[in-house]
Design a binder for this molecule. Structure first.
Ligand code: DGJ
Length: 746
């Protein structure tokens, strides 16, 4: 990213900041001298290619308001002549705000109120080129207490994405307790608000549900600490007035970049206005902020679309590949994982044969999963060994180094699974460092998957975790891939290290995790690492800056997977979503392969049990995938037919030049006599002529009649983009669980 150029503009109202060093007893009462003179309103436009978010400093009271959020305004002149609804841009608590605040603090003298007045703002303009990022900082201060809040907006012009975070600091004598510390507060005035949320559980991630917001508060949140998104992913879509679809409707898609407890609060007030407050979940997390320290909130990332959910997703994908996911504009390696195939039951000989299988299939990496470590309490099941990161001598007598060399000799890469934030009570780590573990005094330990969470707030534990990874990579520099797992949520939430600041735990844990990842990324900037959390229990853009991809779900039944991947597709680009072909589902190998291909393809299957036909089919499919994966990774996604609306699911990716596309069609079920309408394609150039060629053609007899539609089969035919987008092609079969993949080339 280009370095941001120097600050362009600084405005300041005639408000003086009284950052005096107040006595611990509190400030003197406000005097008449502190009342402001009326000054003209100041307008602060925060804009992208198609969106305007306009803030206004009211010259009368010095406070900052959201004046407008919506499609880009040609000019703000008329806005200046009108009165807006007076929605606070960052509402405080304790003075006159009657609704949920964005920020709440209690000062040294016990005063529980906060007032924030505008001081100044500045813009930094990016130097252009590909990136077109503007950074705006708006400084607000309490007129009587030395307490400062900076609202920071990063606008991504080309991507139509706005990122907002907040920095809070003070210079009072003693620590100030902050109870609320939102990342952003947005307001909407519409007739109706339709909220789409994505929730679930282990093996059923990202279930999509839409509901009408009614008067009062609706909260989407998590209190799980680690594996924080197991039940609720930190994402939402909000449609204004009417429900939106893929192409029409006003939609805001938002996501919080935070790998811990988050909260989105939607409050519809007595006038029907909606305020959306997004940030870290303040639950059990009041924060005692020392003078001079900066409390930085995570980023709220959002986009506004006038053209439905499809455009909102494409905006987020473009942003994510460029700025949200580590090496998001690069490529990805295909994987053979052994978790589903072997579980904990393997040895060196078995692994060596899986390395051969990796090569035989044409995959890039063999990823050795859980079970390779610990000696005193060998990791032969999930009840022992976690925390003891030495190779298990019975399973790997020659160590990891031997496997890395074997992989090299066989022409594949070697990857490895770790779960460095956790410990089994049956481990040497537990025996040696009981104080490194989150456990409650005077209470029995509560386990989940037989394990406990390490106390990452303790610098010694941070060092340990760093060294687990760094030690392994330094000893075995050939390791080319890591899967970083996190299999439990936080209970027993008590840190010996934090002493009387227990309510910092949920927040400090995440920041300390980021600190370790920062350090690792300085040393290993581009090593591919998969983010995993017992499936998709930790998926967010706070983590994805450090990770190249994430494990979407342990559920690899291809029918279920269509829904899981569909859910993630609203917010996360295909390059980041790992999908493996396994034996979970009863569907044909073709169906399982076609489903896994719509994101980042991998395998976790017993290759030695494959028939010759299956092997050939898979080798061919992997070769196809390698040819088309750049379209999937970098192309625009169009969700054509939703599995939530029909018995089929169809989506396609189109590359930037619109000369290559890939279409995935799945028949999920088929009722007696059911017919499917032709599917109109999207995103193509109407003036171009495309060859539509079916790939991944299976000879297992389960392709399903009519799947390709007339003339759409292997031979391929040519059609104009105009025809494909206006008339469409037949996709759908009367045989359930069949699928088709079309490679579409100019
Ligand atoms: C949970 C992950 O989601 C699985 O893929 C696997 O890595 C297991 N953990 C291993 O314990």
């Amino acid at each position: 990213m280009k370095k941001l150029l120097s600050i362009i503009t600084i405005f300041a109202l005639g408000l003086s900041s009284t950052a005096q060093d107040l006595p611990a007893g509190g400030p003197p009462p406000p005097t008449g001298g502190q009342l402001m003179q009326q000054t003209p309103d100041v307008f602060i436009p925060l804009e992208t290619k198609n969106t305007s978010l306009i803030l206004r400093v009211n010259g009368r009271d010095g406070r900052i308001y959201q004046s407008y959020l919506g499609p880009k305004l040609a000019s703000i002149d008329n806005l200046k002549q009108t009165r807006d609804a007076g929605h606070p841009a960052y509402a405080t608590f304790g003075t006159d705000n009657l609704f949920e605040p964005a920020v709440r603090a209690t000062h040294n003298d016990g005063n529980p109120s906060l007032e924030l007045k505008y001081i100044s703002h500045s813009f930094e303009k990016s130097s252009g080129g590909n990136s077109d990022i503007n950074l705006s900082r708006i400084i607000l201060k309490d007129p009587v207490y030395p307490f400062e809040v900076t609202l920071i907006f990063k606008t991504y012009d080309n991507e139509d994405v706005i990122e907002q975070w907040v920095e809070i600091k003070h210079s009072e004598k003693k620590p100030v307790t902050i109870f609320n510390y939102a990342s952003s507060m947005l307001h909407f005035d519409a007739d109706k608000y339709w909220l789409t949320q994505f929730h679930g559980d282990w093996a059923e991630e990202m279930k999509m549900q839409e509901s009408l917001l009614t008067a009062g508060i609706k909260i989407l949140d998590t209190k799980l600490g680690t594996r924080a998104h197991m039940y609720q992913t930190p994402v939402f879509m909000l449609s204004l007035n009417e429900k939106s679809d893929e192409y029409t409707g006003q939609v805001i898609a938002g996501t919080l970049g935070w790998s811990g407890n988050f909260r989105f609060l939607f409050e519809v007030d007595e006038k029907g206005s909606l305020r959306v407050i997004s940030g870290i979940n303040p639950f059990a997390s009041e924060y005692s902020l020392d003078a001079g320290k900066v409390f930085k909130t995570p980023s709220m990332i959002f986009t506004y679309s006038e053209h439905g959910k499809g455009e909102a997703s494409r905006n987020l994908h473009r942003w994510a590949t460029r700025y949200g996911v580590l090496d998001g504009t690069g490529s990805r390696m295909t994987i053979l994982n052994n978790w589903e195939a072997t579980g904990f039951n393997f040895d060196e000989k078995k692994l060596s044969s899986i390395l051969d299988d990796t090569k035989k299939l044409g995959l890039d990496v063999f990823l050795l999963d859980d079970g390779w470590f610990a000696n005193k309490y060998p990791r032969n099941n999930d009840r022992a060994g976690l925390g003891d990161w030495q190779e298990n001598r019975a399973k790997l007598p020659n160590g990891l180094g031997y496997l890395v060399k074997e992989a090299d000799a066989k022409g594949v890469r070697f990857g490895i699974w770790i779960e460095p934030e956790m410990v089994n009570p049956k481990s040497e780590l537990y025996e040696t460092h009981p104080d490194w573990i989150l456990r409650l005094p005077n209470r029995p330990e509560h386990y989940y998957r037989n394990q406990l969470v390490l106390d990452l707030t303790n610098p010694k534990v941070q060092e340990f975790v760093y060294n687990v990874v760094d030690g392994m990579l330094s000893t075995n520099p050939g390791i080319s891939f890591i899967k970083w797992d996190c299999n439990r949520m936080m209970t027993n939430a008590y840190s010996v290290y934090l002493k009387d600041r227990q309510s910092h735990l949920y927040i400090d844990y995440v920041n300390c995790l980021y600190g370790i990842l920062d350090r690792l990324r300085q040393k290993y900037p581009h090593l591919p690492v998969m983010l995993c959390s017992g499936g998709g229990g930790r998926v967010d853009y706070g983590a994805l800056k450090y990770f190249t991809e994430f494990w979407a779900s342990d559920n690899t039944d291809a029918l279920e997977r269509v829904y899981v991947q569909w859910g993630y597709s609203y917010f996360f680009p295909a390059i980041s979503v790992c999908n493996h072909v396994t034996s979970w589902g009863k569907q044909s190998l073709k169906f399982r392969t076609d489903v896994a291909m719509m994101g980042k393809l991998g395998y976790d299957i017993e290759v030695d049990k494959m028939t010759e036909n299956e092997l050939k089919f898979s080798q061919n499919a992997i070769a196809n995938y390698n040819r088309i994966k750049d379209i999937i990774y970098k192309g625009d996604l169009f969700r054509l037919i939703s599995p939530y609306e029909e018995n089929r699911a169809v989506m396609m990716y189109v590359n930037e030049l619109r000369n290559r596309a890939v279409l995935f069609g799945y028949t999920l079920n088929s009722r007696y006599g059911e017919t499917f309408n032709p599917v109109k394609l999207q995103g193509l150039d109407p003036g171009k002529t495309y060859k539509v060629q079916e790939i991944n053609v299976s000879n297992d007899g389960r392709r399903g009649p009519g799947m390709g539609g007339p003339g759409m089969s292997q031979g391929g035919r040519s059609y104009t983009g105009d025809f494909l987008m206006k008339v469409g092609i037949n996709i759908g079969s009367n045989t359930p669980l069949t699928s088709v993949v079309y490679e579409i080339t100019e």
